[in-house]
Design a protein around this ligand. Sequence first.
Ligand code: PSV
Ligand code: MN
Ligand code: MN
Length: 430
Amino acid sequence: MTQRIDKALIAEENAKLAGFLKEDYEALGNQLARDDINIEDITAKAEQFQIAVPSWGTGTGGTRFARFPGEGEPRNIWEKLEDSAVINDLSQCTERVSPHFPWDKVDDFTELKQTSDSLNLKWDSINSNTFQDQPGQAHSFKYGSLSNTRAESRDLAIQHNLDCIEWGKALGSKTLTVWVGDGSNHPGQQHFQSAFERYLDSMKQIYAGLPSDWELHIEHKMFEPAFYSTIIQDWGSNILAAMELGPQAKSLVDLGHHAPNVNIEMIVSRLIQFKKLGGFHFNDSKYGDDDLDSGSLHPYQQFLIFNELVDAQYRNQEGFGPNYMLDQSHNVTDPIESLMNSAASVQRSYVAALIVDRKKLSGYQQDNDALMASNTLKKAFTTDVSPILEMARFNRGGAIDPIAVYRASGYRAQAGRERPNSGGNGSGIV
Ligand code: PSV
Ligand code: MN
Ligand code: MN
């Protein structure tokens, strides 16, 4: 793809909005100043915020029933990188890409690193995949991978994760994320304790291969593909496994991987308290692992999660520094647009959490003034912080309105011309 987003176009589109932004930013600045909040301090923090894009998110997802490929979607990791660069050019908060192996097929990692460098992109966590068989695979994962009853399958899964670490080293990553679909569909199918023991034993072998400056993130998920029991079904099993493995092992919270109405922000608080919060996969859901766009259904929940994160940041909580990443499946939108919107939505939650009056909140909590404590959070959440997000992007050379510039650029139509037969993105349906 020859054309990314022309800087002149970004400047031209920004010029149309810069006057309005100045007015709105000033008005918000005055409003925040009444509470002794300096808008410039908040904007500076917003400019530092980064959230990684999943390589698989740049293609159209799909469901168990069908996939409707989009125009010009990326056909390989190189094209996924191009699209990720567009997202970052405009959003200015997504400089890292999280790959998924072997969905992302790579022969030469040095070349891939050179390409990502040339696009000003870095690599986030490496995602291993032992939840499906690859063509010609010697031993199947049909009955599980790291917890399989057969040692041959377990060894294959362990080796794949060790390979992922090597590939990650070549790319400059520092994290391996392990999510497995291991579990059972029928009561009695599996001996819970023995299966967990096998899983832990396999994970210990992977942990032993971890460089000292890496982290191993364990992702829990309540169900799917296993529908009766899943080996790491919730944060309980997750933190137990992380504690068993050691300090470099931490838990990863994917928002869609809990039962509806679970208090995720409280799980986040517990993980922070015990130095076990590794990172996030942001998305939104109504029913299960829907992988809808972040903040599209439950923006208040997303804000409450960031309220915990910012609280930990202010308290300089030891061992705190989670990875932020999107993990979404885009079926009816242009993935580039969804990822830009979602990154901004998560950034919005962060910024809103920054303007919570923490001193007042703490006083209301101490005095058991439930109504005013709740109102204090609501006040921050209902403040429209858009001018801060827009100014942060503008200051960093991005677009005040990323979607408008992207649409004006004609990037998607050109991708359609340059990527004929782009019927698949290499990702599965999970
Ligand atoms: C599983 O549902 C999951 O959330 C894991 O993070 C996978 O790696 C990802 O989805 C793939 O879409
Ligand atoms: Mn996930
Ligand atoms: Mn998921």
